[in-house]
Design a protein around this ligand. Structure first.
Ligand SMILES: [Mg+2]
Length: 367
């Protein structure tokens, strides 16, 4: 079986409610649908979400690098020649979500060819994950109302609170209000997207010590090298690296430097192959992992749950799998459903992923 063609189709789906956080805001899911075709008729599918403020990729850059650079490099290879594929993709630096989408689409083909679910091929630990919901910036009472609605509607009891604004008047107050409204049965953690300084982060963590936060993520820039180490060394909860660890090498660097004590794994940026490497690396070093959300749509979420449920380490904490709830629509023929706070892996061979052709025709941007 040979790779014959890669389609990179830009599409745009509006959000019902924009997501706001310290490093940006999202109003439209302007993603790229990636479809890898083979000479045996199998087609692998995944999506690449451009995050210009995090990785420098745009919708146009993803379409261009796949069309002009990656497609000629891997056409003619077998989808099973994964080491060859990655050696060729990695000649180009950066472009994490474009590479990850190709990797996940190839795994989709492998699963279909083997007539096995990808999640079982990856590890087969479980067929579902508990879901964590991200609460973005809004006035405090709106953040509380959203968390209560998500808990009551979907049974979700883990919330990631975006922080990184003015720490004491906005963020600490919001966390305090969420804990008061939701009670102790709910898990809360915070993500600063590098918005605070190390000293503000340290003070805010001290101020919130009674709130029983599970962990804290990217509160200050990893580039503030000594400040970050100072902060992490005094944190009483795991300190998660996310956008500072886009590759397995960055994971090693940040952990060995003492700049993080836990790692966010995002299939949108490391696909399945490099995400497996990151999880193995973290398990070997005794470091916790959490399945993060790259502001994914339903296709990306389906990939994240297939990977997260497959591994013991990634099922220990709830995965960030609910961002698509804020989108007005999606491309999947059969929408994902979260119930009892849980998202199940799609059954069937490969990723079990079918695109609705009418929706694709409606939302694609290239025609
Ligand atoms: Mg994050």
């Amino acid at each position: 079986m040979k790779i014959t063609q890669i389609e990179a189709i830009p599409f745009a789906i509006p959000y019902r409610k924009p997501l706001r956080f310290a490093s940006g805001e999202v109003h439209v899911a302007d993603h790229v649908l990636v479809r890898v075709h083979t000479d045996e008729g199998l087609v692998g599918t995944a999506e690449a979400p451009p995050r210009p403020y995090t990785y420098g990729e745009t919708q146009q850059s993803i379409v261009a690098v796949i069309g002009k650079v990656f497609t000629p490099q891997i056409t003619g290879l077998s989808p099973l020649e994964r080491q060859q594929v990655h050696a060729r993709l990695d000649r180009t630096v950066g472009n994490p979500t474009a590479k990850a989408a190709i990797d996940m689409a190839l795994w989709d083909i492998i699963g279909q060819a083997a007539r096995m679910p990808v999640s079982e091929l990856l590890g087969g630990w479980s067929d579902a994950m508990r879901v964590s919901h991200m609460v973005g910036f809004a006035p405090t009472q709106e953040m509380v109302a959203e968390a209560e609605r998500i808990r009551d509607t979907y049974g979700i009891t883990t919330f990631k609170v975006k922080v990184g604004r003015q720490p004491y008047t906005q963020d600490v107050e919001a966390c305090r209000a969420l804990r008061a409204a939701l009670g102790e049965d709910v898990s809360l953690y915070i993500d600063g997207n590098r918005g605070w300084s190390a000293s503000d982060s340290a003070r805010a963590l001290r101020d919130m010590v009674d709130l029983n936060l599970d962990f804290a993520e990217e509160l200050c820039p990893a580039d503030d090298v000594l400040g970050r180490r100072w902060l992490v060394s005094q944190s009483t909860i795991p300190f998660v690296a996310d956008e500072s660890v886009p590759t397995p090498a960055d994971v090693t660097r940040e952990l060995l430097a003492g700049s993080a004590t836990a790692i966010s794994v995002k299939t949108a940026r490391t696909g399945f192959t490099a995400s497996s490497r990151v999880v193995n690396q973290c398990e070997a070093m005794g470091v916790e992992v959490v399945i993060g959300n790259q502001i994914d749509g339903q296709i990306g979420t389906l990939c994240a749950v297939a990977f997260g449920a497959a591994h013991r380490a990634t099922t220990r904490r709830a995965g960030e799998l609910s961002n698509f709830l804020d989108m007005a629509d999606d491309l999947l023929a059969e929408p994902l459903v979260i119930s009892d706070g849980t998202l199940r892996v799609r059954p069937g061979t490969g990723l079990g992923l079918a695109i609705d052709p009418d929706k694709l025709a409606r939302y694609r941007q290239d025609r």
